[in-house]
Structures are given as C-alpha cells and as structure tokens.
Write a protein that binds this ligand. Structure first.
Ligand code: ASP
Length: 592
C-alpha cells in the first residue's frame, strides 16, 4: 500500500520509511548515484539509489521516463547546498531501499520533464500523456475542487441535485441540435439537450422549489475559440423568487468560490443595462477592467460631406462612435495598420483615426488622414466630447450598428490588452434589461436568450411592439467573459403563446413541439426562474488557462472532433440499417 503521495512529502516525514507509487519524471545518473524524480498527482519527489542497495540500484539503472514504479525508502533531509527551492518537496529526498518496476513505458510522444512547445493536435491525440503534465493535473484537480465546492454550496442552500434526460426533444438555445436516431421508432430522432431548460422548469411546476444539476449540454455550433460541442453547466432553478433574489444567491456562490479557492475578494457586482453596455462598450459582456469607452458622435457628423461618416450618421440602423485611447499617439503606423486589419475581421471597412499631437494648437495640432474631409468645428466638438488630450489617439467606427459594436468593442479590448491598460484583476458585473428579441437577419425576430424568458411587459404590449420589449433576464459577466445567465420564466400559457407568435411559431407548431410545456403551464405553474453558469469557462478564468480545452479532460477540436478516439467515426452498415438510416454519398460522388 502507498503510505504517502510523492508530492505530499516534506520535512515532517524525515526519518520515516515510506512507500510511494508513481511515474519516472526524470532519471539522472550522477557517477555512481542514480536520482529518480518520481511523480504522482500531488507532485514530484527525488528518490536516490546508491550502489549499497545492489539489487534496487541495478533496477534503477534500467528505468526510463514514464516507467511505473513502486519505491520504498527513508525520507531524509537534503544536504546543505542541494536544497531545491523551486520544488515543493525540495528540502527532502527519499533514500530508495526497495524498487519494483510495475510497468515499462515506450518513449513518450513528447517529453513531460521539460517544457517544449508541443502542437495541440499531438497533445489531444495522446491526451492521457498530456494530462500527466503537472499543470494539467493541477487544473483538473482544481476543477474537481470547484465542482465539489459548488455542489456543497447549493446543497447547503437547499437545492436538490436532480437529473434530467439526455435523450430528449430539442430545447432551443439558439444552436443546432445533435440528433440520435431511434431504432425502435423508425424515422424518429432524439435530440441531445442544448440545456436542461424545459425539464428544470417542469421540476418547478412539480414543486421541487430548488433544483441544480452539473449538466452536460450539447450544441452543434460552428466552433469559436472558446466553445465546445459538449460542455458543462451549473444549472439552477428556483420558484417564488425575484430576479434580485436569484442574482443574490448566484453572486454569493461565485463570491464564496473565489474567496475560498483563490483567496480573491471580488469587488461589488454593479448592474448595467444591456443598452448601456452596448452603448459604452459595444458588447453585452463588457470587460470593465479596461478604462476605455465608445462615445457616440453621429449627431456631430450628420451634415459633413465625408460620406463614410455622414452616411451612417443619418441611418437609424447605423452608429458612429469615437474611441479615445489616452497616450495612444505613440502607436506606430504599423500598429494602426494591424488594428485596421483587426477590425476588418468584424466587417469594418476601415479604421479612421486622429492623433492629438498638441491639443493647445487646435486643428493644427492634429495628425490624421481624414481631417481634411471634415469641418473644423465638427472635429473640435468631437475632441471636446471625448475629452481628448495631447498624446491621445481617437479611433472612429462608422457602419451598421452591429458592425460598429463588434469591431470597436473588440478593438477596445485588444488595445486594453496591448497597452496594458487593465486597472484591476477582476471586474464582475450583472448585465440586465436585455431586449426580448433581436433581428434574425431575414426580416424576423429571434430570442436573445430563449423563448421561455419572461418579458417585462404584458402579452398585448409584447404583440404591439416586440422589437422594443425587454426581458427579465440577467447575465453575470467577469473580465469580459459571460460566466452565466438566466431569467425569470414565463409561467402563463397565454404569454408563452404570445412569445411563440412573435417568433413565428404558430399555434399548431407550438403544440407539436412544446405541447407538454403549454399543458404544464395550465396546471398551476408557479412563478419561477433561474440561471446557468458555464463551468468550463468559469474554471478557465479561475485557473488562468488560455483555452477552454485546457480545463476539460477530453475536449474536442475546433472542428468538433475527438483526436484521441477519432470520433465521430464511421459505423457498420448493419447498425445503420437497424436505425433505418441511409447515408447520402458526399456531393462529389452522388448521382443526384
Ligand atoms: N438555459 C439557459 C442557457 O443555457 C440558462 C437559463 O436560462 O437558466 O443559457
């Protein structure tokens, strides 16, 4: 039996005989003495074999990286000058007496005992090796601790951990569904849940009052950097609470988690309306660590001849903003060109700017490719409005509203990082008063959250002006990342029907897809609401990992593949037949 973990040994164990199990992190032969760094999940300890223990010494001579060993030996203090302050166990070592090689290992696909740049494809293909690396072990161990902490918090607050089905019907959260064909019902499909949304609402109808689940969710989206097709939510729902009360519990949970696991005291969570966030930061998840803001200047540019500005300035669906960067005039031509390319990713056609070389000299103190197209009073009024000072640069965004918001919002964050403008480590907030709907790009409206979110108006008001209706939804944002979000829910069938109608879901379709929900709302559904946190993202932020994949044991690639198992894979024709499925040949081979 193991007596200790390698990484848990220290001065307190000096003179004890210990039995350790672990992997050979590194082996060094120092002229007659063999050093083995033995590693387990808690860390690494140095084991020394000298020729006095003949048999073990001979074995130690044979071991290679990643061999699996059992070692028994005595803990002793390291000699003067050999203490390693960089190692957690660096004040001691184990004098090896008995050694057993439990298993050999082929040469690892990449070294684990030194830092080398390894392509992520290789790491994911040999994930079980990658996960042996101390930093990966630390992140996943932290994840386990955080999950357990969250469970405890919710248990103690009376929330019940209830499971909901994985094989189910589509729950719309705005992504495509993963479908599972039914063998027993020909031509029919289950959908994997995009979230447990409808089931948790039904649990509220059943009277469970407080529910939570650490739930897997599945969304077939075109993957962006921080998305995974399957991910984990801390999913929460309650009855008879206001949004303030729900936000209070959620905030308490996150605050305690940071305090107890990271020793970080999060500051106040200010509340900001969605409209204010979009106006000032061009984003519904603003990074408030960065002290830069967008300023609307369309009213000053309506009459100028420069069409790049006056066009959007006179268009209700467009926006013209200025972004002042204090001391930004030191940015080089090349840097500004790079920022121009950067905003191009978001559809911006260019990036106009004015450098303020000397504010006291008025128009003569400015340097800019565009001022010759603009009247002096408009330029000076803009500088006045953004509070420009000598040494600043002012960038401009003028385009359709969403292009400006996305491009200038992202530029704001990028400049904040590039120029190290961050004023604090942690900047949380709640974003509230979201619109119910957004345009779907095809002349219709789609839910900003999901169709079960309670509007902040009556069904009649909603029907009369859906585009301006607000919802009782709230998102928790930390450092520019949406940690979680939720809402009060519709509990009145007439309101649910009104929302479906705005979304173009007719009565028949609503019955077909959500009949069970509409029925449930008829039988005494209590007012209820909740929210869900993205666990992966939360852990990513807490561990400082740069990718969501680094906090998931077995993640998928950005093209939604598992490189370890090569999933998704082909299946046997017989299996397909049983599922009543015929695969269409890829377009090129198809005869159709
Ligand atoms: N189901 C929502 C989501 O996945 C969260 C919620 O409204 O509770 O985003």
């Amino acid at each position: 039996m193991r007596t200790h973990y390698c990484g848990a040994l220290g001065d307190a164990h000096i003179d004890e005989t210990v039995t350790l199990y672990g992997w050979v992190h590194r082996r060094r032969d120092h002229g007659g003495v063999i050093f083995i760094d033995l590693r387990d999940r808690e860390g690494i300890v140095q084991v020394v074999f000298d020729p006095d223990t003949e048999e073990s010494f001979a074995l130690a001579d044979r071991v290679r990286s990643e061999y699996v060993l059992k070692v028994t030996g005595r803990v002793r203090a390291r000699g003067e000058g050999t203490v390693n302050p960089k190692m957690k166990t660096g004040t001691i070592e184990v004098l090896g007496k008995e050694l057993e090689i439990l298993n050999a290992a082929a040469t690892p696909p990449f070294p684990l005992d030194e830092y080398v740049e390894v392509g992520e494809d290789v790491r994911l293909r040999y994930r079980y090796m990658d996960l042996r690396r101390p930093e990966m072990q630390e992140r996943l161990i932290f994840r386990a601790k955080a999950t357990s902490y969250i469970r405890n918090f919710l248990d103690q607050n009376g929330f019940l951990d209830l499971e909901t089905p994985i094989l189910t019907r589509a729950t719309p959260e705005g992504a495509r569904d993963y479908l599972v064909p039914s063998r027993t019902h020909e031509g029919r499909f289950f959908a994997l849940p995009q979230s447990p949304q409808l089931f948790k609402q039904l649990l509220m109808v059943s009277g469970f009052d407080r529910y939570y689940q650490i739930a897997k969710c599945f969304r077939d989206e075109d993957l962006r950097a921080d998305r995974q097709p399957e991910f984990t939510q801390v999913d929460i729902e309650t009855t008879f609470m206001s949004e303030e009360e729900i936000m209070g519990i959620a905030e308490g949970m996150i605050r305690n988690l940071f305090r107890d696991l990271l020793q970080v005291e999060l500051p106040e969570f200010p509340r900001m309306t969605w409209h204010e966030a979009m106006r000032r930061y061009g984003s519904d998840k603003p990074d408030l660590r960065i002290p830069l803001e967008l300023t609307d200047v369309a009213d000053l540019l309506k009459d100028v001849e420069f069409k790049v500005f006056s066009g959007p300035a006179n268009d209700a669906k467009s926006r013209v903003v200025a972004l002042r960067v204090p001391q930004g005039s030191q940015l080089s031509r090349k840097q500004i060109d790079d920022y121009t390319k950067f905003v191009g990713i978001y559809g911006a056609k260019g990036l106009a700017y004015i450098k303020v070389n000397d504010r006291a000299q008025g128009i003569d103190g400015l340097q800019s490719p565009i001022i010759k197209f603009l009247p002096e009073d408009a330029v000076l009024a803009i500088l006045e409005r953004v509070g420009a000072e000598t040494g600043d640069v002012v960038f401009f965004g003028a385009d359709k509203r969403n292009v400006v918001n996305e491009a200038m919002g992202a530029l704001r964050v990028k400049i904040g990082h590039d120029l190290s403008l961050m004023e604090k480590d942690w900047a949380p907030l709640w974003v509230v008063d979201f619109p119910m709907f957004e345009e779907d790009g095809e002349g219709g409206l789609t839910s900003l959250h999901h169709p079960f979110t309670l509007p902040a108006c009556t069904p009649e008001e909603l029907a009369a002006d859906p585009a301006h209706a607000l919802s009782r939804a709230y998102d928790m944002v930390l450092n520019g990342t949406e940690l979680g979000g939720g809402s009060l829910r519709i509990y009145d069938p007439a309101m649910q029907q009104a929302v479906f109608e705005v979304l173009g879901i007719g009565e028949e379709e609503a019955r077909e897809k959500f009949g069970f929900l509409l029925d449930a709302l008829k039988y005494g559904a209590p007012p209820h609401g909740g929210l869900a946190f993205g666990l992966d993202r939360l852990i990513m932020l807490m561990t400082g990992a740069s990718s969501i994949r680094d906090v998931i044991a077995f993640p998928k690639t950005q093209s939604a593949m598992c490189l370890l198992t090569q999933a998704p894979g082909e299946v046997d024709p017989r299996q397909l037949r049983e599922l009543h499925i015929r695969v269409r040949k890829p377009a090129a081979e198809s005869t159709e």
